[in-house]
Design a protein around this ligand. Structure first.
Ligand SMILES: C[S@@+](CC[C@H](N)C(=O)[O-])C[C@H]1O[C@@H](n2cnc3c(N)ncnc32)[C@H](O)[C@@H]1O
Length: 216
């Protein structure tokens, strides 16, 4: 089965033989791929909205996947040891995890594809007792996605690794991302400088962000 580079990167990071919960499963393509490839022991697909849930139910009717119309980790089966949270903003991902932080005891791996606020996600999931195992960049339709696998444990990080990605700076895709992001930040800085009510602390913040990225 063919799936997008992004979903494939998520699937590849999931530990083989796991019992997975996929929160926000939507189209169910990740579920189809994981079942067809035989990579996981089980997968529990969750949607909290009726419309996407009906699509999910229909798309997975021929697959051995338990699906649930519920919120976040509310109905998580006890055997679950991997959580997937993909295609959502960082704040939503963190809200879902923090609402049920008491359910994370048996969770060995959290695979995240945050479409915004990846830095915040890295910083906050680490505080929940996880370390970054691996990070993979994929690009689709000119958008760069940072897919992150967290596992239980502790590690020390440089600030730039949490800000821009862990162990990714030698990846050719990171070089591309860096050029694009630098152009964006330089434009933002120029606009800030021209703005009537420009704030010095804001200009300083963007300038130092540019410097840190240039030095990577
Ligand atoms: C943009 S889709 C991403 C689909 C898929 N995970 C992917 O990466 O392609 C995000 C989905 O998350 C669902 N969602 C958002 N908050 C949720 C929550 N608290 N519990 C379950 N599903 C949620 C939305 O209804 C939506 O279908």
């Amino acid at each position: 089965m063919n799936i997008s580079e992004r979903l494939l990167a998520i699937a590849n990071l999931i530990h083989p033989g796991s019992n997975v919960i996929d929160v926000g499963a939507d189209h169910g393509l990740l579920e189809k791929y994981l079942i067809e490839s035989g990579k996981v022991e089980s997968i529990f697909a969750v949607e909290n909205k009726k419309g996407p849930f009906e699509i999910l139910k229909n798309n997975l009717k021929d697959y051995d996947v338990n699906i649930s119309l519920s919120d976040g980790l509310d109905e998580m089966p006890p055997e679950t040891n991997v959580i997937v949270l993909a295609g959502m903003g960082g704040n939503l991902i963190l809200d879902i995890l923090k609402k049920d932080v008491n359910k994370l005891n048996g969770i060995e791996q959290i695979v995240v594809d945050a479409h915004r606020d990846a830095e915040l996600v890295r910083r906050e999931i680490i505080k929940l007792g996880y370390r970054i195992e691996k990070e993979k960049i994929v690009v689709e339709n000119k958008i760069y996605y940072f897919i992150i696998s967290f596992v239980k444990g502790k590690s020390a990080y440089k600030d730039v690794e949490l800000e821009w990605g862990y162990n990714v700076s030698n990846d050719p895709l990171f070089r591309e991302f860096k050029m694009k992001e630098l152009r964006r930040l330089v434009n933002t800085l120029a606009h800030q400088k021209q703005a009537k009510k420009s704030k010095p602390e804001c200009i300083e913040r963007i300038q130092s962000k540019i410097e840190r990225l240039e030095n990577l």
